[in-house]
Design a protein around this ligand. Structure first.
Ligand SMILES: NC(=O)c1ccc[n+]([C@@H]2O[C@H](COP(=O)([O-])OP(=O)(O)OC[C@H]3O[C@@H](n4cnc5c(N)ncnc54)[C@H](OP(=O)(O)O)[C@@H]3O)[C@@H](O)[C@H]2O)c1
Length: 418
C-alpha cells in the first residue's frame, strides 16, 4: 500500500530538455515511502530532504534529460522548503545515443556574443542580425570586464542567455605572444573560466568556445586532424596562449561529461576581414602585411620588409565565412570533440605578401628579415569533419583581401597611416 509522507506535491516543470527538445509541463510528485528517496526514508540514496527527494525522483523519471529546472506551484504546502527556491536545476548526463542531429535556432532566443567588438565577434553579430536574430546581446569591455568573475555572474544572472558564443579573448600575433606570455595565459584563462562556468550556472543550453589552430603541436601532421591535439610539443612562441585555449577545450569537455552540457569547441584557422587588426605590435601576418604594403605604396618606398624567411605556409579564412561556419556548427554540431574550421588550402607567406602587394597596388621589392621568427613551418587544418557536416567556404583569398582592403580604406583605418 502506498503511504504518503507529506501528501502529494504538485510541481510545474518550467523547462525540460529531452534530447534537446524543450517541453513545459506539470506533474504530481507522490511522496511515496516505498520509493527510495522518499521524505520518510532517511537512509534513502538521495537523502531525506524534500529537495533531495525531488532531485532523486527527477533523476530517475527524466533519465534522458539534459537539464531539468522546476519550480513548485502554489498547491505546495505552506512553510515548505521549496518556497525558498526560484528554480532548482538538475543536470543529467547527456545520453549521446538519444541525441537528435540538429537543433533549429529559435530567433526569439537570447544569444550572447562575448567579444562583439572583435574581428570574429563583430562578424557573428552582423550575421545573426542579418538572419533576423533580434535578441543578440553584447557588452563592451567597459560595460562588462569578462576577467571579473563577480561581474560575469551578475550579467548571466540578469540576462540568462540561452546561447553563448565565446569570441572574447586576448589575441595577438607572434610578437605580442612572445612579449607577454603571462597576460596571454592569465587573461584567457580568466575570461573563459568565468564565461563558461556562468553559462553552466545560469542555464545556457548551448555554448560555442572559440579556440585556435595554435593548440596543435608544432610538428603536427599536415593537414592537421582534430586528433592531433596533445600529441606533441607546442610552438614555443605562442605556448601560453595555446595552453589557455587547451584548458578552455578541456573545461567545455568536462562540463559535457559531468553535467551533460552542450558546450562545443571550434578551432578556426587564421582569420582576416573587415575590422582587421593593423596594430604593428599585436596584428597577425595578413593584417601586418596589408598595412606595410599600403604604407609602402603611399610613401613611394622601393621595398617592403617581411618578417622571417617567407617560407612558412599558412591558411586564411575570411571572417564572414568563419562566422557562417560557427552558426552552422551551433545548430548542427553537438559533440564535445573539437572541430576545425578552415578553408582547406594554404599559401606561403611570400606568396601571400605578393598577393597583398598586388591587391594594394605596391610594385616594389620584397625583403625578408631572417632575424625575425618564422613560427610553425606549416599550419593547414584538416576540415574533413566540417565538410562532412555540409559546410564549405565561399570567399576566395584574393576576393577576401580586396574586400578587406576596401573596407579598411572606407573606415579610414589605413588613411590615418598615410
Ligand atoms: N583572429 C584570428 O585569426 C583567430 C584565429 C583563430 C582563432 N581565433 C579566436 O577567435 C576568437 C576571436 O578572435 P578575434 O580575432 O575576433 O579577436 P579580437 O579581434 O582581438 O577580439 C577579441 C574581443 O575580446 C574582447 N575582450 C578581450 N578581453 C576582454 C575582457 N577582459 N572583457 C571583455 N572583453 C574582452 C575584446 O574587447 P576590446 O574590443 O575591448 O578589446 C575584443 O572585442 C578568439 O577566441 C581567438 O582566439 C581568432
Amino acid at each position: 500500500m502506498t503511504r504518503r509522507a507529506r501528501g502529494d506535491h504538485r510541481f510545474r516543470l518550467v523547462h525540460v530538455a529531452i534530447n534537446r527538445l524543450e517541453f513545459r509541463f506539470s506533474f504530481t510528485l507522490h511522496c511515496d515511502s516505498s520509493l527510495p528517496g522518499s521524505a520518510r526514508d532517511s537512509r534513502a540514496p538521495f537523502g531525506d530532504s524534500p529537495n533531495a527527494l525531488l532531485d532523486g525522483c527527477l533523476r530517475r523519471v527524466a533519465a534522458n534529460c539534459t537539464r531539468v529546472a522546476c519550480a513548485p506551484q502554489s498547491t505546495e504546502p505552506r512553510g515548505h522548503r521549496f518556497h525558498s527556491f526560484d528554480e532548482l536545476t538538475i543536470a543529467h548526463s547527456w545520453k549521446r545515443e538519444n541525441a537528435t542531429p540538429a537543433v533549429q535556432l529559435d530567433r526569439s532566443e537570447k544569444i550572447y556574443v562575448a567579444g562583439h567588438r572583435g574581428l570574429l565577434g563583430g562578424a557573428l553579430v552582423r550575421l545573426l542580425r542579418a538572419r533576423g536574430f533580434e535578441r543578440t546581446i553584447a557588452r563592451s569591455r567597459s560595460e562588462l570586464d569578462l576577467g571579473n568573475a563577480a561581474a560575469v555572474c551578475a550579467f548571466f544572472k540578469s540576462e540568462r542567455p540561452a546561447v553563448v558564443l565565446l569570441a572574447a579573448a586576448k589575441v595577438g600575433g607572434i610578437k605580442a605572444n612572445s612579449d607577454a606570455p603571462v597576460e596571454f595565459l592569465l587573461e584567457n584563462l580568466r575570461i573563459q573560466n568565468n564565461v563558461i562556468s556562468a553559462a553552466h550556472e545560469y542555464g545556457a543550453r548551448k555554448l560555442v568556445f572559440l579556440g585556435s589552430s595554435c593548440i596543435y603541436p608544432k610538428f603536427a601532421p599536415q593537414p592537421i586532424p582534430e586528433r592531433a591535439l596533445l600529441t606533441g610539443p607546442l610552438e614555443p612562441t605562442n605556448e601560453a596562449y595555446a595552453i589557455a585555449k587547451i584548458a578552455g577545450i578541456k573545461l567545455c569537455q568536462s562540463y559535457a561529461r559531468q553535467y551533460g552540457e552542450n558546450f562545443i569547441s571550434v578551432m578556426p584557422t587564421n582569420l582576416y576581414g573587415p575590422g582587421e587588426n593593423l596594430d604593428p605590435h599585436t596584428s597577425h601576418v595578413l593584417g601586418a602585411l596589408l598595412r606595410k604594403a599600403h604604407e609602402a605604396k603611399v610613401s613611394g618606398a622601393g621595398e617592403m620588409v617581411v618578417w622571417g624567411t617567407g617560407e612558412p605556409r599558412r591558411e586564411f579564412l575570411h571572417v564572414d565565412d568563419a562566422a557562417d561556419a560557427v552558426l552552422s556548427l551551433l545548430e548542427n554540431y553537438h559533440s564535445p570533440e573539437i572541430i576545425n574550421v578552415g578553408c582547406g588550402e594554404d599559401i606561403t607567406v611570400h606568396a601571400l605578401a605578393r598577393l597583398i602587394c598586388d591587391v594594394v597596388g605596391f610594385n616594389g621589392e620584397l625583403k625578408f628579415d631572417r632575424t625575425k621568427p618564422d613560427g610553425t613551418p606549416r599550419k593547414l587544418l584538416d576540415i574533413t569533419k566540417l565538410r562532412q557536416l555540409g559546410w564549405s567556404p565561399k570567399i576566395g583569398l584574393r576576393e577576401g583581401i580586396a574586400c578587406t582592403y576596401e573596407s579598411l580604406l572606407a573606415q579610414s583605418a589605413l588613411q590615418t597611416m598615410q
